[in-house]
Design a protein around this ligand. Structure first.
Ligand code: NAD
Length: 416
């Protein structure tokens, strides 16, 4: 993994896209920085009666295409540069799926694993008291992220409504269903990824009904990908899956529903009947049609990229591939669906939640799936069209689509 700070990486990625797009100097410079950011000092009464002071951030990176949108992370090692980088990536993610939003991100430096529910609630409310006046459906809409949950979103919404004095569910997404959440949020990330795998497979003439696939990381995104791949593609053979404790493999295929049940009941994949063990490194090099990295960042590097045999790699995880590996995979002909396109289903359904809250009418699950399919398929097609013109690796193609859209909005507004 690179030793550069995440915001420096985000800026470098933008620089490459800006150069290829021939962006003028002012637009390029504008897009290299957050338009606005807030730093907060948050006092919270802990259960033992002592007041602790937490640091919090909210970065509104760019709102040329609409109100900023992005999660709030609670993490002991949170830094402003991580939040800036993630806010930049949200800007490109909302642009590549063409939803009328900008990008933002928030964070609190804290360790929620060491906090009681009461302490978490007071911290959530304290954050909203600090940032509330800068939020709103027409300004900035947060959502859950690392270590923040639908319950935390509900407390935040409640605090916001208490301050504002009126109902305002669209101020935050990822809420529980009884207080304005959307159907279909749970599997949206994996579902969006599988929709574009279906499109990529069509373009590559892969027989999807017999497609073989493997999944590294068997949490929320990985488990849903396991069952949705055959459901959406009309068939498929799950060859292998791994989690942090190791994995299982069967060349004839593993039953994805039984494997999810086994993982939920036993807490691990190992020990699944009729399967051989496979390591987290081996699974990446397996011969298969589709590989879904759905665990950690930085797992595909210059060291192992030359050994990847999958035809399509759908990055459900954020940042699984290093920049050096991107070039190797491209030369090798592995078709990469890059993270901010492949896992954009989550933010897309968050946007649908905002839309439903705003007109106070709620969609059926089938409506959510249909709209998500349309958004993801259109996004895939935009990147595919770009790839035909540029002949560069797909992450850069996706960047070019997204950055061009944000740059155009900045220009039309007369900012540059
Ligand atoms: P999760 O915590 O539910 O699951 C992560 C899984 O990875 C777990 O099964 C864990 O055992 C496994 N894992 C951890 N270390 C591993 C290792 N060394 N090798 C193999 N597996 C390992 O998380 P998630 O929500 O499924 O997110 C997974 C990835 O997808 C993350 O990169 C996340 O940022 C990204 N993502 C998720 C969503 C979402 O809506 N869930 C949205 C966008 C991006």
């Amino acid at each position: 993994m690179s030793t550069l700070n995440p915001f420096a990486i985000a800026q470098q990625q933008l620089d490459e896209a800006a150069k290829r797009l021939g962006l003028d100097a002012a637009t390029h410079e504008l897009l290299r920085w957050p338009m606005r950011e807030y730093h907060f000092t948050l006092p919270v009464k802990m259960d033992n009666g002592v007041t602790r002071i937490f640091k919090g951030y909210r970065v509104q990176y760019n709102n040329a295409r609409g109100p900023t949108k992005g999660g709030i992370r609670w993490h002991p090692e949170e830094t402003i540069d991580t939040v800036r980088a993630l806010a930049a990536w949200m800007t490109w993610k909302t642009a590549v799926v063409d939803i009328p939003l900008g990008g933002g991100k928030g964070g609190i430096v804290c360790n929620p694993k060491e906090m009681s529910n009461g302490e978490k609630e007071r911290l959530a409310r304290s954050y909203i008291r600090a940032v509330g006046r800068e939020l709103g459906v027409h300004r900035d809409v947060p959502a859950p992220d690392v270590y923040t949950t639908p319950q935390i979103m509900a407390w935040m919404m409640d605090e916001y409504e208490t301050i504002m004095g009126h109902s305002h569910p669209a101020v935050i997404t990822g809420k529980p269903l009884p207080v304005g959440g959307s159907q279909g949020r749970g599997d949206a990330t994996a579902r969006g990824g599988v929709y574009i795998v279906r499109e990529a497979a069509k373009a590559m003439n892969i027989n999807v009904k017999n497609s073989s696939y493997a999944i590294q990381g068997f949490g929320n995104a990985g488990q849903f990908a396991a069952t949705l791949h055959p459901e959406i593609l009309g068939g498929g053979r799950l060859l292998a899956a791994t989690d942090s404790r190791g994995g299982v493999f069967n060349r004839d295929g593993l039953d994805p529903n039984a494997l999810v049940k086994h993982k939920l009941e036993s807490g691990a994949l190992t020990g699944f009947p009729g399967a051989k063990p496979i390591s987290n490194d081996e699974i990446l090099e397996l011969e298969c049609d589709v590989l879904y990295p759905a665990a950690l960042e930085g797992v595909i590097t210059a060291k192992n990229a030359g050994n990847i045999k999958a035809k399509i790699m759908c990055e459900l995880a954020n940042g699984p591939t290093t920049p050096e590996a991107d070039k190797i995979l491209f030369e090798k002909g592995v078709y990469v669906l890059p993270d901010f396109l492949a896992n954009a289903g989550g933010v897309t359904v968050s946007y649908f939640e905002q839309v439903q809250n705003t007109y106070n009418y709620y969609w059926s699950l089938a409506d959510v799936h249909q709209q998500l399919d349309r958004k993801m398929t259109d996004a895939y097609k935009s990147v595919y069209e770009m790839s035909k013109k540029t002949k560069v690796h797909n992450r850069l193609n996706a960047y070019m689509v997204a950055v061009a859209r944000v740059a155009e909005a900045c220009k039309i507004r007369g900012w540059v």
